[in-house]
Ligand binder design. Structure first.
Ligand code: CA
Length: 229
């Protein structure tokens, strides 16, 4: 999951980035409204965490323009503006949730998981496919009931695949979901993580759709191969 964090307070920005990376999110941090809009125009994000009081372009304007451009990613406002008017204004401008500052990281994490669930039309908090279960709240992964240890990026990749089991993710989309800005990405990185997940979850669990990308094996993965690449 790739998150755009928009926050001008360096201390909060650092703390939230660190907490989110600990929760296995890839995080890009923009410190003003213009940087946020630049990031949104180039990046593919699963969610935006947006402060309202920002230098250059304020958060409400960023939000309004984001929706006007047709971007439908979940937006969670984190703001010290605690009035009812401010909350109502942001929600009516297209925000999905509003978390008043100061907040607890556990609550932020739970609200993010709820937004991501809704985005993918899930009712169950636990993601499950072909005997593999992933619990986003505990970050626990089990295969046929047995706990499986995954690295942070293996987990992020599995999470992305489980959200849309039959829909292939391209190599670029996968990189987008598991890396932050500034990370160095090796040329065979995706293949390495796919290989690791197949080793831990079963060779047949992930299929390669030639020329398109990777998805989980479903009943209608016709024409898919489970070749190493
Ligand atoms: Ca601020």
């Amino acid at each position: 999951m790739r998150v755009l964090l928009v926050e001008d307070d360096a201390m909060i920005g650092r703390a939230v980035s660190t907490a989110l990376r600990g929760d296995r999110y890839a995080v890009d941090w923009a410190a003003d409204g213009d940087a946020a809009e630049a990031a949104l125009s180039t990046g593919d994000y699963d969610m935006m965490l947006l402060d309202l009081g920002l230098p250059k372009t304020d958060g409400l304007t960023v939000l309004t323009r984001t929706r006007r451009r047709g971007l439908n990613l979940p937006v969670l406002i984190m703001s010290a503006r605690a009035t009812v008017e401010s909350r109502v204004g942001a929600l009516d401008a297209g925000a999905d949730d509003y978390l008043p500052k100061p907040f607890d990281f556990d609550e932020l994490g739970a609200r993010m998981r709820a937004l991501l669930r809704r985005r993918h039309g899930q009712t169950e908090p636990v993601l499950e496919h072909a005997g593999v279960r992933l619990n986003p709240a505990t970050r626990e992964v089990r295969r046929d009931g047995v706990a499986v240890a995954l690295t942070a990026r293996e987990y992020a990749l599995l999470h992305a695949l489980l959200e849309r089991p039959g829909t292939p993710l391209s190599r670029d989309q996968i990189i987008n979901k598991i890396y932050d800005w500034g990370d160095v990405v090796g040329s065979n990185t995706v293949e390495v993580y796919i290989h690791a997940l197949r080793r831990k979850l079963g060779a047949e669990f992930i299929v390669n759709i030639r020329g398109i990308g990777y998805c989980l094996k479903t009943g209608n993965s016709h024409g898919a191969s489970t070749s190493a690449r």
